[in-house]
Ligand binder design. Sequence first.
Ligand code: NA7
Length: 543
Amino acid sequence: MVPVDEGTRPTRVDAVVIGAGFSGLYMVHLLRNKLGLTVQGVEAADGVGGTWWWNRYPGARTDSLYYIYCYSFSKEIADQWDWNERYSAQPDVQRYLDHVATTFDLHSAYRFSTRVERAEFQADSGIWLVTLSDGSRLEATYLVTAIGLLSAPNLPPFEGLDDFKGEWYHTARWPDHDVELAGKRVAVIGTGSTGIQLIPTVAEQAAELTVFQRTPNYVVPSQNKMLTSEDRDEIKRDYAAIFQRLREHPFAMPFASPGRNALDVDDDERRRIYEEAWQKGGFYFLFEAFDDLSVDDAANETACEFIRGKIQEIVEDADTAELLTPRGYPYGSKRPPAGTDYYETFNRSNVRLVDVSTTPIDHLTESGLRVGDTEYEFDVIIFATGFDASTGAFSRIDIRGRDGKALSDAWANGPVTNLGFSTSGFPNLLMVSGPLSPFANIPTCSEVCADFVAGLIGYMRKHDIKLVESTETAEKEWAAHVTDIANLILAGRGEAVNTWFAGANIEGKAHAINVYFGGADDYIARCNHSAENDYEGFALTNA
Ligand code: NA7
């Protein structure tokens, strides 16, 4: 770390916004362009994009339909921008965010290639003192985090990583240059949403691909395709109504409830419905087949059986098909992935699958890695091992609230927030899409959360209020509600299958649910209720 320049006066701004992804860019737009605040954005990457800057691994794309994975706040942007594919590829999303930033002159608000190292609340002045990785400091009335739900990469502590003489990459830190995989022996570790996108693309390039799988996943095809101008025009005609519908859906998705349950139809009819949903692809399978797949074990098992049947049909080698077949946990208790030719890839002669569910990867060696007694040799190892989700991005910054209390201590047993916006003891620390905010289509939630934060800051300024933090009562009520909802749905079982939903994928991390599954629609109503009632649930003070 660069030494702090104590001699130079910190630059004073109204707000520091950390992050230049979907949440941060819109937050800066609202605070600077709408409320007229002085804003300093800080971003670790060399450009805008957030997740879409870092996750440039081969095959990276959205799992949400292109026309909902974007901003709704600007009709101009929605009308102007032409997407290429049904599920946008990483370069397109990054280009889109760059275009938005240019349109609203947001690049100029940021310091790029810079990290926030430390942020301390100064009780006497009520100001945050923020130290950056270049040693400079900022003073801000509001410290606004827009640092992403899935932004801190998880690199499991494999022994021997330093010994490995080949190249290795984490998917969430993929370099900004071509990585040559042609003719190489490549390993991919991990078969979550990322691995599932990556594996078919790498298989086409590499001489040999070995996939190390700990838990098989339920993979539905995305059914991606190139868009025609008719596709785009149809959406643009209806955009306002679509954006409205997103705010009325629990996952902020454009799906209608099918109005039927899986066990209320006979076997043939159920199979027909699943087949139709499979052909539509992606989240259609979860949301448009039956209403009860997320809440009823027996209903969910029918979906699992259908997918298992597809694996047996597609994968030619019986042993490989068996290894790829998930059992013993419900579809959707891990975040449901979408793939393109995922299962088909295992029919290729240059691809092999290694099961590490019972014998884990022991350690890395000079030339590859070892599983039990078996040595594997590679030129390139790719870690698709996920993220230290939600709180992970916070724990990488030394954030100190009242009395110097560390945020990491305050959240030692899991995150504590009211609606994901703030935590008691940390005045004017405001989080956009923070821990315990909804798990739903990210751009929609980013806008909802940034609107709330801007509304709250606007209210404080209008009423001459200096400080805001959530009340402990509101935090307790919110935690209880978040937990009650998680217990009702199958995704709340994440702890049993080591998901990031429950903080259970990281060794030593508190096992605690860290997202809200009660729905974006319900959440919006709660935000509106709080705002309409003088920000109920938040203590607004001048001391
Ligand atoms: P995920 O969904 O957390 O997947 C990580 C994968 O890495 C998963 O298959 C893990 O197996 C595997 N993993 C993690 N550690 C190890 C070790 N030590 N050995 C072998 N395999 C390991 O992350 P993704 O990046 O795929 O997706 C994250 C989100 O991004 C996703 O939910 C979307 O919202 C977008 P496991 O299943 O734990 O046995």
